[in-house]
Every structure is written in C-alpha cells, then in structure tokens.
Write a protein that binds this ligand. Sequence first.
Ligand code: MN3
Length: 237
Amino acid sequence: MTVRFAWSWPRPLLASLLLLVAPLLLAAQPAWAFALPPLPYPPDALEPVIDARTMGLHHDRHHAGYVKALNAAVAADPALAELSLEQLLQRAPRLPEAVRNNAGGHWNHSQFWTAMAPLGAGGSPSAELEAAVEASFGSLDALREQFSAAAAGRFGSGWAWLILRPDGRLAVTTSPNQDNPLMPLRGQERGTPLLGLDVWEHAYYLQYQNRRPDYIEAWWSLLNWEELNRRYATATA
Ligand code: MN3
C-alpha cells in the first residue's frame, strides 16, 4: 500500500519546523555515543565450540545491553560525555558504578569477539610473541596452563587476562565483574590487556552448564593468534 502525503503546510513553516527538530534528532545520537561493534563473523562461525545461540544472546543482548546502559549513564553526567572509552576506564575508581560496569563491559566484550576466530582460522603466534611468552612463562603450554587455571579459579563472574606489564613482561591476571587491567583499582594488577576470556556464566552456560574448565579448554581452539600478534606488536611499538 502506498501512502501519499499531500503537504498543505506552507514551505517556510515546514522549514522552520525542521530547523527546530534537527538539534533534537542530533541529540538522540550524540557524537560521543558508544556503538555496538558487529560480530566479526556470523554467530554460528565458532561452532561447535561456542554455539550460535550463546553467541547471539551474548552479543545482541548482553554486549548491546552494556552499550545502551553506558550511553544512558554517560548522558546523565555531562562531565563524562567528552571522554573516550579508554579515558573512562582510567577513571574507574571515581566513576559512578553504572559507568564503570558498563564501560568495562563494552571494552571487555569488544576485545573478546575479535580475539576469537573460527576453528582453524586463527593462525599461529608470531616469533616475537612466542619469544615473549617463553621469556615470561617458559613455554606456550605453560602460559596456557597458567591462564586456564586463573580463568577456572576466578570466583563468580569475571575475566581472565594476559597482560603486558609496564616492566615489559607478560603476566596472567583476573578481574571480577566487568573490571579489567586498564582500571587503576586497588588489588587489580595493571597492564595492557592482550587477551581477555569471559568466564561469566552467560558466556558458556547453555552449552557447558557448570563445566567452566571444559569451556576454557575448548576456547583455546578458537584463539585468534593473528589478532593477538597484532595486539602485542601495537603494545610494544
Ligand atoms: Mn560476557
């Protein structure tokens, strides 16, 4: 069905109305509004390790929810409106809880999607990254063991991280909730996150139920080494 509007309003009036409404339309999507990045692959691309339903819910509901809540929380506080996501994280101890949690949720999930690739598509560690891993952990297997143990041992909801410390060494750490190693929080080892694994139950429960160690073990097969190589090169540049 085609609907045709017969404009009977005088054009100058219409133009004035548009001028009045334009700032409101712009205000609905301000320049600083954070946006949900699309998944870099279809939701079923990580099967059978992570099923399409988990990926769809995790990205379209959980991550989208953090972005929406972050935008709402920042909009309510003009002092925060000019800050980038990284600047918000650096102010974590002074942020309202809603901003801290949702800024962390947005940053953490954004790095999580790109750190995974379909089975067989993740490539392999660069010589530079492998040398750094060997210097800090002894071997790739030792890193994997330490990271998996940390991820399995994180009580409740949170993340496991591989970070580049300020002293140039790599380390494994964890964070509760949506905190991360960019946040200058008491008790949080700080560094540049190279890799973060989501161990919230929403990341694995549909498929793995309470078997978090099985999810962690399977997740390694999705690791996007090419992305990890790039992050390490950027962090050490
Ligand atoms: Mn999550």
